[in-house]
Design a protein around this ligand. Structure first.
Ligand code: SAH
Ligand code: MG
Length: 199
């Protein structure tokens, strides 16, 4: 298992696949353990690095992960198989914004780590699939130190992307259904806990 993880890290760096930073995945794995999280939905599998590490926390942790890029999806399947996690990780090859999940499916955690410009759309679509007290964790909220500095970014594409992340942060801060904490770990993480509607 350790060997496979190392191979994935090497593959990611050789092929420019943006896998999660070590401190961030460590934080998420601890969170899964501490909060007894069993069912996880991940948006953005890439090659399966974060899925496999999350699924490895305990025997009864299961992950559904969505990836729209064919080459990455194939690589993800291969890695899931190598770890013998076929029963724990369900890899879905589709654009997450087009996926139809069974409406009785519920998750304890949703990990958003796909197209950064679509974060609000992912959040709004998938929040209905959270259990009571469930949590949405989002990666890359610092976007390599660019977030908060959009006004001074020259490149149009980068500026627009960073503005969208800044908007997402504002959206989370103002969200009345969720309580969000922001963490300066790795490339920046948020943890949004769904409030109890009965309170
Ligand atoms: N979670 C992975 C890294 C994901 S990188 C890890 O840490 O190991 C982001 C991935 O999201 C990319 O592979 C990209 O192809 C995918 N992606 C981007 N937008 C998507 C969408 N709308 N639906 C599904 N996958 C998407
Ligand atoms: Mg990421």
């Amino acid at each position: 298992m350790k060997e496979i993880i190392l191979e994935m890290e090497e593959y990611a760096s050789a092929h420019n696949v943006p896998i999660i930073e070590k401190d961030s995945i460590k934080f998420i794995m601890k969170y899964i353990k501490a909060n007894n999280i069993k069912n996880i939905l991940e948006i953005g599998s890439a090659i399966g690095y974060s899925s496999i590490l999350m699924a490895s926390v305990a025997p009864d942790v299961n992950v559904t992960t969505i990836e729209r890029d064919n080459a990455r999806y194939m690589e993800c399947l291969k890695n899931v198989k190598k770890c013998q996690f076929e029963q724990k990780i369900n890899v879905v090859f589709q654009d997450a914004l087009e996926v139809n999940l069974a409406n009785n499916l519920k998750f304890d955690m949703i990990f958003i780590d796909a197209a950064k410009g679509q974060y609000i759309n992912f959040f709004e679509k998938f929040k209905y699939f959270l259990n009571e007290g469930g949590v949405i964790i989002t990666d890359n909220l610092k976007f390599h130190g660019n977030v908060g500095k959009s006004a001074s970014i020259e490149s149009k594409n980068l500026k627009s992307l960073v503005e969208k992340i800044e908007n997402y942060i504002k959206f989370l801060k103002e969200n009345k259904e969720f309580d969000t904490n922001f963490y300066d770990i790795g490339d920046g993480l948020s943890v949004s806990v769904k409030k109890d509607e009965k309170k």
